[in-house]
Design a protein around this ligand. Structure first.
Ligand SMILES: Nc1ncnc2c1ncn2[C@@H]1O[C@H](COP(=O)(O)OP(=O)(O)OP(=O)(O)O)[C@@H](O)[C@H]1O
Length: 612
């Protein structure tokens, strides 16, 4: 077998097109890449002169109608141009091991190609401190020309004066059709400030009204004076969130050379930018839409940070998800958590305000973290059938914490047990059942019991057979009156006496109802299969009439059959409404009918009421 060793072939035009047009989300980033190269070149030079690190001259200000980016950096000679500028993927900014140099922004060796998004050609005129002037023109088709300018540039060329004052590089772009506006004063000032305001080197834009500084702003969190720092952080936070922040928390992750702020929102409203963060790398804005900087549970936090060591993706629009980012995420999470713990311990009122806004997030967070659970669970308010209260408050009145698993169960069991003074927590809301169950982890003495509708039977007594026999005829009338709304009627005795009737929808009856409804809709085979699971039991809710209630007792001895029917309907309607249950059309019709009938009877009972 013969084995040939070959190298990949490269379609240069395709690569240039890919890297310049398809890597970035838009052409605006060309300003960032120009600033970055200038800042790196100045850092490498290690010396400064009178000139700013970078002077940007927009197309509407430059005499030749092109854009110039002139830096006072280390400059390039012919060899540098060939090796670095004209070799795609080669960067002078990596060390001997091929790692990105920690003091420089660039690392991939492709950034300059982004200029092809706004210009057909990229012209570079450069010189090192002691070298000749070189001129390189790169074209979007992957070709270039390189020459040495032995006589420099004509005196009326603005780059001539710039390079006469010291080493540096001038990048010149002639706008492509359709991108002209991105190279004019308004855009260039805007973009330079957007990306570069925290850069530690001076970037100036020449405008018709004079030079405009775009960089050298101190990030708010690094302002020395505490008062000014606080005000600037709140201003930044408000701008980021579009509203007053609840709190601005300083964050610091030394391993990532990161500092900044975590802004805790004061509103529940989920904005599109929620879970997105403003990240600067060595002062240069990476993006204000970076995801994954904080743990998932901390979705109420929005960060603005600057890092010296986190790595960008090649398009510089996101962070590379490596161990350092993972560590950073965990560390910021730990700092947010420590703040919460501190607040819970020292500012209970403020903690309650926080909980009111971010309840769901806090609940999710507590379920994931045992220590947070221990701190937060006692503070969380829950809905109960006796009003909102915390679990410790509940435990003061009962040994057993009862919780209903769904809102529907809560409505049924809650109203019955409330009448008997037994507290039940509504576990039907997101995370609540799980949280109440975890109470035993925090309070080992606690007993948690999940209650279901059939538990109501434990709180109601049977009535003696003799009594049932006595009222059998009346009960039959009541059952007949309510047959149309599909409800079973039972006579029981329970507290309080003031409660005439309860409507209970047991889960096994509910299940039967669902299976039978499905069978009715299914084809023969499927319906036979479903039928095989049917135990033949009742699928109707139960109306429990309270035999200790004076009204019920009177209804059962009424002589007037028509009145008993109306009374039966009203007892059902009342129980239905008291349980907060969803009304079917038949229920609404029945309530309507019984209410009108009662009204008629009441009016008729008045002397002169039957005149019509
Ligand atoms: N203004 C400049 N002054 C000096 N050298 C420059 C300048 N611009 C580019 N270079 C040289 O050209 C090389 C390629 O630049 P380019 O912007 O394409 O990539 P990079 O900055 O190395 O990395 P990245 O893709 O991360 O931006 C640089 O590594 C640097 O050696």
């Amino acid at each position: 077998m013969r084995e040939d060793e070959s190298t990949f072939q490269v379609d240069l035009r395709g690569i240039v097109d890919l890297l310049s047009h398809h890597l970035y989300s838009g052409p605006r980033v060309y300003v960032r890449e120009l600033m970055q190269n200038a800042v790196d070149a100045v850092t490498v030079r290690g010396a400064a002169d009178e000139r700013p690190a970078l002077l940007l001259v927009p197309t509407d200000v430059a005499a030749d109608g092109r854009l110039h980016a002139m830096d006072s950096g280390v400059g390039l000679d012919e060899d540098d141009v060939r090796t670095f500028l004209a070799t795609i993927g080669r960067s002078s900014k990596r060390d001997e091991l091929g790692l990105a140099r920690s003091d420089l922004l660039g690392q991939f060796g492709i950034g300059l190609l982004s200029c092809f998004m706004v210009s057909e050609d990229i012209e570079v005129v450069s010189r090192r401190a002691d070298g000749p002037w070189v001129r390189w023109v790169g074209h979007a088709d992957g070709t270039y020309e390189l020459s040495t300018l032995t006589d420099g540039l004509p005196a009326d060329d603005e780059r001539a004066a710039w390079l006469a004052d010291g080493p540096g590089t001038c990048v010149t772009l002639a706008p492509r059709r359709g991108t002209e506006h991105l190279l004019d004063t308004v855009s260039v000032v805007d973009l330079a400030r957007h990306f570069g305001s925290y850069l530690p080197h001076r970037v100036v834009v020449r405008t018709a009204d004079g030079p405009v500084d775009a960089s050298l702003q101190t990030p708010p969190w690094r302002i020395e004076d505490p008062e000014r720092r606080r005000a600037a952080c709140v201003e930044l936070a408000s701008a980021e969130l579009g509203g007053e922040p609840f709190h601005v928390l300083p964050v610091r992750v030394p391993q990532a050379g990161l500092d900044g702020v975590a802004v805790i929102g004061g509103h529940r409203a989920a904005s599109a930018s929620q879970g997105r963060h403003r990240v600067h790398l060595k002062g240069m804005l990476l993006s204000d839409q970076v995801a994954d900087l904080v743990p998932e549970w901390a979705f109420f936090v929005r960060c603005a940070v600057d890092s010296q060591l986190l790595r960008p993706t090649a398009n510089r629009e996101g962070l590379f998800d490596d161990d350092l980012l993972e560590h950073t995420r965990a560390e910021i999470g730990a700092q947010v958590r420590a703040w919460l713990v501190r607040m819970a311990a020292t500012q209970p009122d403020r903690m309650q305000q926080f909980l009111a806004v971010h309840q769901v997030a806090v609940k999710a967070m507590a379920l994931q973290d045992d220590e947070l659970l221990r701190i937060l669970l006692p503070l969380l308010p829950f809905e109960t059938n006796q009003g909102r209260c915390t679990l410790p408050e509940l435990m003061r009145t009962t040994d057993v914490v009862r919780v209903a698993a769904t809102v529907d169960d809560f409505r049924q069991v809650g109203s019955v047990l409330a009448a008997q003074g037994v507290a039940v927590v509504n576990g039907g809301y997101t995370f609540d059942l799980e949280l109440v169950r975890r109470l035993v982890d925090v309070e080992p003495a606690a007993v948690v019991q999940v209650v279901v509708p059939s538990d109501i039977d434990g709180h109601v007594r049977l009535v003696p057979d003799e009594r049932l026999r006595d009222v059998a005829a009346a009960l039959a009338d009541v059952r007949a009156a309510l047959d149309g709304v599909q409800v079973d009627v039972e006579l029981r005795a329970f507290a309080p006496v003031s409660l005439p009737a309860l409507l209970v929808d047991d889960s096994d009856r509910r299940d039967r109802r669902e299976v039978r409804a499905a069978a009715a809709e299914a084809d023969d085979v499927w319906s036979a299969l479903l039928g095989a699971f049917d135990d033949g039991g009742s699928d109707r809710p139960r109306l429990l009439l309270n035999d200790t209630n004076p009204t019920v007792r009177r209804v059962l001895v009424l002589q007037d059959a028509a009145l008993r029917q109306v009374a039966a309907e009203s007892l059902y309607g009342r129980a239905l409404l008291a349980g907060g249950r969803r009304l079917r059309p038949a229920d609404t019709a029945l309530i309507d009918r019984s209410f009108n009938a009662l009204l008629d009877r009441a009016v008729d009972a008045e002397p002169g009421g039957t005149t019509a």
